[in-house]
Design a protein around this ligand. Structure first.
Ligand code: ADP
Ligand code: ADP
Length: 238
């Protein structure tokens, strides 16, 4: 078992119950979509898994380690194994595409090393190989601020993969993109995580996309898990 969510609840300080007694297990290699309307708790769930926020009740086990009981330095180690892709891309806009991908390896703390360009030849080679996978090598030396949304998200994928994560969490990765670009991004994402055997959890609000790309769908509504099964079992009314 890669990840085990056990009876997790999250109540924000303002009293919002964003997650209510959520439980599920994730096996290595699964591609799971989490669906649900805006405000259903999808983002809270992902942010709990990578410890960006603390849960109120329950436990989250990553590779059998209870992440709630980890010390700060241990949390950093777990985070290194968990990649993130965001709706807003979260690239460093003034840096080039290749610098952003290299930054994935160095981690969030090492922006200074990134600015100074301290990378090994091996790392650079690897970064280019990941750019190639998302068909972005010809933009390698362009600043991210000059890219379209779809191009930015392709860089976002390459950066996340550069981290060599065991688990990849994608928070509404296509919500800012037009339908055609959105499918293009899902195609790249699905292909890469399948080839590299990376376990993936993707928050989506489009049910059709979730059905097309994922093996398993978890549906949330008002913080409750209302569906968790193979994608093809999901009925139309959801
Ligand atoms: P989704 O990702 O499905 O849109 P979220 O996890 O963002 O859902 O939000 C779930 C609920 O928690 C919503 O009611 C939202 O308003 C609330 N919420 C999210 N973040 C915070 C926060 N930092 N403080 C208080 N309430 C929050
Ligand atoms: P901090 O000192 O605030 O922890 P970091 O450089 O670790 O600063 O993180 C910067 C931002 O990126 C924060 O919003 C943090 O929550 C987020 N972050 C850090 N590590 C990860 C990660 N592995 N996945 C996703 N977000 C992360």
């Amino acid at each position: 078992m890669l990840l085990s969510i056990k009876n997790v609840s999250k109540k924000y300080n303002n009293g919002t119950n964003a997650l209510k007694n959520i439980s599920f297990d994730v096996e290595k290699g699964e591609f799971i979509s989490v669906i649900g309307p805006s405000g259903s708790g999808k983002s809270t769930l992902l942010r709990s898994i990578n410890k960006m926020i603390d849960i109120s009740q329950g436990s989250i086990l990553f590779e059998d380690k209870n992440i709630e009981s980890l010390k700060k330095t241990q949390i950093e180690l777990v985070r290194r194994e968990i990649g993130m892709i965001f709706q807003s891309y979260n690239l460093v806009e003034r840096l080039t595409v290749i610098e952003n991908v290299l930054h994935g390896r160095l981690g969030y703390k090492s922006i200074i090393a990134g600015i100074l360009g301290i990378y090994s030849e091996e790392e650079k080679k690897e970064a280019f190989s990941f750019l190639e996978r998302v068909n972005m090598t010809k933009y390698a030396y362009q600043k991210c601020s000059e890219l379209s949304g779809g191009q930015k998200q392709r860089v976002g994928i390459a950066r996340a993969i550069m981290q060599k994560p065991k688990l990849l969490l994608c928070d509404e990765p296509i919500a800012s993109l037009d339908p055609k670009t959105a499918e293009n991004i899902m195609d790249y994402l699905k292909k890469i995580v399948t080839e590299l055997k990376i376990t993936c959890i993707v928050n989506l609000h489009q049910v059709d996309i979730a059905k097309k790309y994922s093996d398993r769908i978890i549906a949330l509504n008002k913080g409750e898990k209302i569906f968790d099964d193979k994608a093809e079992k999901l009925t139309e009314k959801m």
